[in-house]
Structures are given as C-alpha cells and as structure tokens.
Design a protein around this ligand. Structure first.
Ligand code: ADP
Ligand code: MG
Length: 249
C-alpha cells in the first residue's frame, strides 16, 4: 500500500482528558486528506503528535514506511514531514524571491555545494522561478514581504514549505483569516501542491474542505466518528448532527 502516513491507535491524555482517543487514519500519496471537527475535538493535538511536538501515550505513526513515533521533530522533517513556515519567520525587509531563495538554499545547500558557487546560485534561482510560476505570487516576486497582504504571506509560507520537498505536508487551518478571494487563491495553490506531496489538512472552512479533500476524517471529542469521501461525509447523519449542523444554525 502506498500510504505516505499511517496512524494507528493514537491516544493522548492531558490529566483526565483524552484529547485523541485511539485515532487511526491513513494518507495516501497524492491525496489531500482533511481532518475536521468542532473546537476542542483534538485536531491540533493530533497534528502536534504527527510532527513530534507532543508524544502519544499509545499508538504508532509511520511516515513513508518508517516508524517515527518516538523521533524528534527535526528527524521527522528529515524523513519528509513538512509544516508551513510561520509568518514570523519571514524576513520582512527582503523580497518574496529572496525569502524563497533562502528556503531553497536551506534545503539544497548541501547538494549544491558540489557545483561551483555561480552554478549553485543559478540552480537556487531556477528553482525559485519554477516555484513562483503559476503562483498568485508570481507578479509579486520583487516586493518586500513587509508590503504583502496577509493572504500573500500565507501563499509565501506555503511555497517555502513546499520548497523543502516534503512527502507529507501538515496544514493547520491555512484559510484562517483569509478573505474570499484569498481563500480561493489558497485553494488553487493547494490543488497545485497536491501534485508534489500528500497533504493532511485541518480546516474549518467547509467550502475549502469540500473543494479540496479526497477523503475526510471527522473527529469529535478525540474520536473518529466518520471517515470517507466528501460525499460520504456530507451525507453522514452522525456528522451532520455532531458537526455540520453547526453551520446551518
Ligand atoms: P482542536 O484543535 O480540535 O480545536 P485541540 O487539539 O486544541 O482541539 O484540543 C483538544 C482538547 O485537548 C481540548 O479540550 C483542549 O482544551 C485540550 N488540550 C489541548 N492541548 C492541551 C494541553 N497542552 N494541556 C491540557 N489540555 C490540552
Ligand atoms: Mg486546533
């Protein structure tokens, strides 16, 4: 099976509270898998266990066939786990292109050093141009990050994360704080990103979830109450009652 990510029985308790309760899910290569559920359902706790910031009490996490359950966050990144760079880590007085160049260099520096310095620089900028082409940021390449709109910064974070060439990208609410046009641009960017890596997407914006997700897992009080295609989830009465009903209210 070509599971990029395989989670089995992941349980995390905080005192008497079970934040994730025996959660199992898989993400296939090339798939966008959405994780949805009401506030407090345990979505962020699950994401933090996958990236290694929280260690589970029980369960197993496999990335690309390797058991990463006990690995440090940096070792998981080295095995292909990607997260978005935070806006706070962008260099404000440098351009979009320069920020992306630094991210590419951070990943590829070691490999490029076998070339001479001019060739290595050219390889970095080639990759930056490729990453920008087709992006909403293509026309903003020479603008300092400080002058970007919020949605443009989120686009840049995504491109920087992708420049690390992860096999799985974890996204915790990428649409948060975006307006309608910016959300649409993010949906387009995530669709394009799927060609290069699998995505586990936590998102409250149901329009985005239904537009993007190949499969959806629904978490309520730490438990998976449903998993399936967008159509399955939309039609599932338990989901409607536990979660989607909120949208109609
Ligand atoms: P979601 O992201 O789905 O909104 P969280 O994973 O943030 O949910 O939280 C799940 C539950 O675990 C909540 O009840 C929350 O209060 C609790 N929780 C999360 N992190 C901690 C922590 N570090 N210590 C204690 N309780 C926590
Ligand atoms: Mg959360």
């Amino acid at each position: 099976m070509s599971h990029v990510l395989d989670i089995q029985g992941l349980t995390k308790t905080f005192g008497g509270l079970t934040a994730t309760d025996n959660v199992s899910l898989t993400v296939n290569s090339g798939e966008i898998h959405a994780l949805i559920g009401p506030n407090g359902a345990g979505k962020s706790t699950l994401i933090n266990q996958i990236c290694g910031e929280i260690l589970p009490n029980a369960g197993r996490i496999t990335l690309g066939g390797r058991d990463i359950t006990a690995l440090a966050p940096a070792d998981r990144v080295a095995l292909g786990l990607g997260r978005t760079f935070q806006i706070t880590s962008l260099l404000d007085d440098m351009t979009v292109r320069a920020n992306l160049g630094m991210a590419v260099q951070a990943r590829a520096g070691g490999n490029f050093r076998i070339f001479d310095r001019a060739a290595s620089r050219a390889a970095v900028w080639d990759e930056v141009d490729q990453s920008l082409s087709g992006s909403a940021l293509a026309v903003r390449a020479d603008v300092p990050v400080a002058d970007l709109a919020h949605g443009e910064k989120k686009q840049l974070e995504l491109l920087m994360a992708l420049s690390q060439r992860p096999r799985l990208l974890l996204l915790d609410e990428p649409m948060a704080g975006l307006g309608h046009v910016e959300s649409q641009q993010m949906i387009d960017a995530l669709r394009a990103a799927r060609k290069d890596c699998a995505i586990l997407l936590v998102e409250h914006d149901m329009e985005a979830v239904f537009a993007l997700a190949d499969r959806i897992t629904v978490l309520v009080y730490g438990r998976v109450i449903a998993a399936g295609s967008a159509e399955d989830i939309r039609a599932n009465p338990d989901v409607r009652e536990a979660y989607l009903g909120e949208e109609d209210a």
